[in-house]
Design a protein. Sequence first.
Length: 362
Amino acid sequence: MHKKLLVLISSLSSGGAERQMIKLLEFLNEKGYKPTVITYSNRQDYEHKLDINRINIQGKGIKRYLQIIKVIKGDKPDVMLSYGQNANIILILLSFFYSKAKVVVSGRNTPPKYDFLVWRILNLYRFADSIILNSFSQTEFIKKYAPFLTSKLITISNFTDVTQYSFRIKQRESTLKIGILARYHPQKNIMRFLEAIKMLNYSLAQPIEYYWYGQKYYDANGSPTQASQYYLQCEMYREKEALRNVFLNDFSNDTITILQTIDIFCLPSLYEGFSNALSEAICCGKPILASDVSDNKYFVENGKNGFLFEPCNVLDIVEAITKFALLSQEELMQYQKNSRIIAEKLFSKEQFLQLNLKTLFN
């Protein structure tokens, strides 16, 4: 009989952690595990067909925590797994009220710097039995600043199912289309990217269109929230500088269709984890422009399937895009083939599942 697993995650909606959680749950279902999943956000789910005991906590503040404790004590899990920083903190604190289960937390983005907040979180992780990290850069970061956690760390790169993404050569058109799939947030470095586009519009003869798709953080009525301010700032800059070749779109679940319509995928983030968006892009055979941070170097080989750039240097972003604009049709086709080859080497369902099973249940 399988050990009982309880998972705590804020939601099963848009986001890299949520997608990886759904994929892991699907694989666990295939192996006969039927975990209990606790969520505490009302955000709309991804479409999925999960056979799980799903409990969505409606309360806020102390009421929320009491309800989660009640579920945990009623479920009596052998293992508890959390996804995301807030969920990690909640699970560790609540585990003091139920100490019979193994506690596994998971980290995602590598912090941009080591500060007091990071220090507090890493010291809280002392009370976890294992820590799953999705990027090698984050593993090295924690080893450097919290060496006392080294024995608890396990790096499990995100899984992307290569078979779900068809690869076909896209012919070069007169206008290059560069696509970005990322939320409107300062982490994603949108303002510097727009500054680079402004410079390119004056200096580059090759016509390029830029299509950004991301969460704008509007409410259910379509009105902006406090979290929408960065998007609005970007939109104001786009209008002020008359960047008519830039399209700031809403988030879309249909990533495959988006990737099929663009020539190049770009991710200009200031910091990242192991990017799901880059994973999906190389599975589709997309050439890549990406900031030289975190684990992006695993997706991009300079001069082979794309170019890396310094995200805080606008001129470096300009230079990287210019290199792509100057590629011939034959070179661009080879970059597409090389991206798909890299994807096929990186992703293994069996390795992803076995590493998770070993971490959770051994």
